[in-house]
Structure formats: C-alpha cells, structure tokens
Design a protein around this ligand. Structure first.
Ligand SMILES: [Zn+2]
Ligand SMILES: [Zn+2]
Length: 147
C-alpha cells in the first residue's frame, strides 16, 4: 500500500511495516546528478550513504499506475520489464529525468524525459530500497536475486 500524505512527526506508526528510525530517513545531503545522468546519492543522518541509478529509479516509480503495472507483472521496484527473448536486444537509452524537485521535506519528485512525473519518492521509500552495494548484497542474500 502506498502512504498518501506521509507526515513527518505523526505518532502513529505506518501499518505493519517496521518503522525506520528517524535518523535513517533524514537526509543530511542529497545529490541529484542530473547533468551526469547518473542518479541520486543521499547521505543520511545515521551515517549511511545510499545510491540509486536513474534507470532503477524510473522502474521503481512509486505512483499508483506504476505500482499497479509492476504488481500485475510481478516485478519488484527497480526491476525492468521483461524483454522477449526472441527479439534481438535493442539499445534503449537509459532513463534520465528532465528535472528533479524536492517535495516538502519528505520526498523527491522527478519529471522523466518521457513526461511521466507522478511518482513521489519519499525518503522512507528510498531508504527501504537502498541500492548501495551493502544493501543490495544483503537483499540478494535473502531473496537469491542476482545483483
Ligand atoms: Zn509512475
Ligand atoms: Zn545501503
């Protein structure tokens, strides 16, 4: 379920998901490497550094439409659409946002080059899906997923 209207400072914990400590979802520094087309890096107050590539972020769009699409296809956030094995691999340029803007103090929003912009990437969502080596390694250990 998506949390529409996440509020910083609410006392109620979010449903069944274990709440992350505040310092784990408070960014100290946010770098959006737009011109380089690389991705986003966040230094959190708890000392962890997270990184996400734009291609991953595009496929992990947390808007209702994209979540719906991924659920139907059984894809995890960041997992690209399955390509038909019968087709020759075609080069598709990696996703890149045309712009990025902060949403209040709790999220980032991208306007992708394909015009899509409804995804709100909350700090909580990003931290839960940290793509640094350490975290992806830990995730692969539990799910057996490559990379
Ligand atoms: Zn979306
Ligand atoms: Zn990490």
């Amino acid at each position: 379920m998506s949390h529409e209207g996440i509020r910083i400072g609410t006392k109620e914990s979010q449903e069944s998901e274990l709440a992350l400590p505040r310092i784990a979802i408070t960014p100290e520094k946010v770098r959006v490497m737009l011109t380089e087309g690389k991705g986003v890096e966040i230094d959190w107050v708890d000392g962890h550094r997270s990184a996400w590539g734009f291609a991953w972020l595009r496929e992990a769009c947390p808007c209702a439409t994209c979540i719906d699409e991924r659920t139907k296809e059984g894809r995890k956030p960041g997992q690209p659409k399955a390509k038909s094995a019968a087709l020759l691999p075609m080069y598709t340029p990696p996703a890149k946002p045309a712009s990025a803007q902060p949403v209040g103090r709790y999220a980032l929003q991208f306007t992708w080059q394909d015009g899509h912009s409804s995804g709100i990437y909350s700090w909580d969502y990003l931290r839960r899906n940290c793509q640094c080596r350490e975290c992806t390694f830990a995730a692969a250990e539990t799910t057996g997923a490559p990379n």
